[in-house]
Design a binder for this molecule. Sequence first.
Ligand SMILES: Nc1ncnc2c1ncn2[C@@H]1O[C@H](COP(=O)(O)OP(=O)(O)OP(=O)(O)O)[C@@H](O)[C@H]1O
Length: 242
Amino acid sequence: MTAALEVRELYMTFSGVDALSSVSLSVPQGTWMGLIGPNGSGKSTMLNVLSGLYKPRAGAVVVSGSDLGRVPARSRIKHGVCRTFQHPQLAASLTILENVMVGAVRGRGASADDETGLQWLARLGCAEYAEHLPAEVPYGVQKRAEVARALISEPSLLLLDEPAAGLSARERAELVAALREVREVLPDLTLCLVEHDVGLVASVCTELAVLSAGKLIAHGPTDEVLADDAVKLAYLGSRSTT
Ligand SMILES: Nc1ncnc2c1ncn2[C@@H]1O[C@H](COP(=O)(O)OP(=O)(O)OP(=O)(O)O)[C@@H](O)[C@H]1O
């Protein structure tokens, strides 16, 4: 079966330093994979390469069998690749619902109507804010609205960049509930989640990939990776991942 995401021998270099070095992995369709690692290990670089913002020095990114090497970032959404950003990038002058509908137009959900947009907002627990401007809603709602905007574009591969960063404990719980709802509704969606909160990642992801100094040091079922001594040592510099 064709992998939803295949990364082959990726290298990304900044000023002579390898931010990614010989990274290869294959992710089956419907997998929710957490991408974790210490600060500076290459997680954001990897997400930026997958979304096309960075062009790797070498290697390939293949999504559902298509090599996206020549596909620019703005067009990857048409190939089913959509991302969110660590700091939500919603249009300030559009309501939350209007922002969501931008995703439909840019992506593969051009036929989606407001009702579909509202449905996504409801699943993500933000329907009550549909008519508000981004500045009028809590930060956690802005972040979940960005996820709704991504989902209405009908991605096959969704890349989430630190969705829990800056959220309160309550907002994190709301995010986890929302993501579980998404997984229920879209069992074929493949997810790559970059996040520092390992507990959150482990609670929603079935697989983990671990980067350390630009190298992939582990990839496999969440429980196995978290129990791996090399991961504990390399990732946290200790023998605990909790
Ligand atoms: N635009 C850039 N220019 C120069 N160096 C960069 C750039 N982006 C990343 N790097 C370097 O590449 C390495 C990987 O950085 P990256 O931001 O991908 O790590 P990260 O795992 O996402 O870190 P964090 O968890 O702190 O966000 C680091 O050494 C970083 O300094």
